[in-house]
Design a protein around this ligand. Sequence first.
Ligand code: UDP
Ligand code: MG
Length: 315
Amino acid sequence: MSKLTIIVPSYNEEESLPLLFSAVDEVIPEFQKRGVEIELLFVDDGSSDQTLSILKEKVKKREDVHYLSFSRNFGKEAAMYAGLTYAKGDYVTLIDADLQDPPKKLLEMYDVMEKEGCDVVGLRRISRKGEPVIRSFFANRFYGLIRRISKVEMVPGARDCRLMKRCVVDAILQMEEYNRYSKGLFSFVGFQTKWLEYENVERVAGKTKWSFWKLLLYAFDGIIAFSTAPLALSIFFGLLFGVISFLFLLIIGVKTLILGSGVSGLMILLCLLFFVSSVQLCCMGIGCAYLSKTYLETKKRPIYIIKEKDESSIL
Ligand code: UDP
Ligand code: MG
């Protein structure tokens, strides 16, 4: 029997947990038929409701349920990282406690993985039905932007829910960076990935833990973690201001040398202002170029990830 660990980051999910247990119980026999044993690993992210006591009760009754409980709320990223660290399964998946990633989908994902022989099967929402319009609008803008400024591909609508083989989990765990942005990390490690598309499902119970501002800051984290393009902005403006000051210089030159008319002091002042700003911004940009390299070094991301190698003695 191989083992599938289902990691469930849970923050104040007392209303969703009973529903989640019954939904998972429905798929357990199906997985058993396929020779897969299920293990549930809950990460209580410092909940202030009954989440932890519900989990403790379950653990007493069931051997296939485990939990970790944080000392305070550290956020979903931390909960996912802890879950991946402690998961023992040959296959590992993350799902939300609110049934937005329906456990039934896991079966479909597993079957696709077995059939196609891929390493990761992810879930991708093709609609954002039921989501506030403004949230969808900004989400779409974010994916458009990050696609342009980052080398790591982030698939629009991709959920954190994905079924991974052990080798993929180990690769993700090689990245110990503090500011984690999992959507980017999953893409960074590569491996053969298949996407299953589905219609958005709304939360079964409880409330979303993400406010608009929390999401906006999270998107900002994503950009900072996977792109150093913002650091290049000062060089861009430096060069732009340089061109503007040159244009002013040109106008001054034409007016005085060719037309022989006087030039206003304001014109000269503007020309100097743009020139000095340009020099300052370009110098700052050079500093930023070094900073961006240092930033990437401090993350200590693996330089490569080996998927397989032959077993000859030389390796
Ligand atoms: N979650 C968490 N820590 C947090 C916020 C959320 O562990 O600080 C969990 C939450 O319990 C749920 C999952 O992350 O299982 C997704 O959260 P939520 O459903 O609120 O996000 P949404 O689906 O609205 O994006
Ligand atoms: Mg949710």
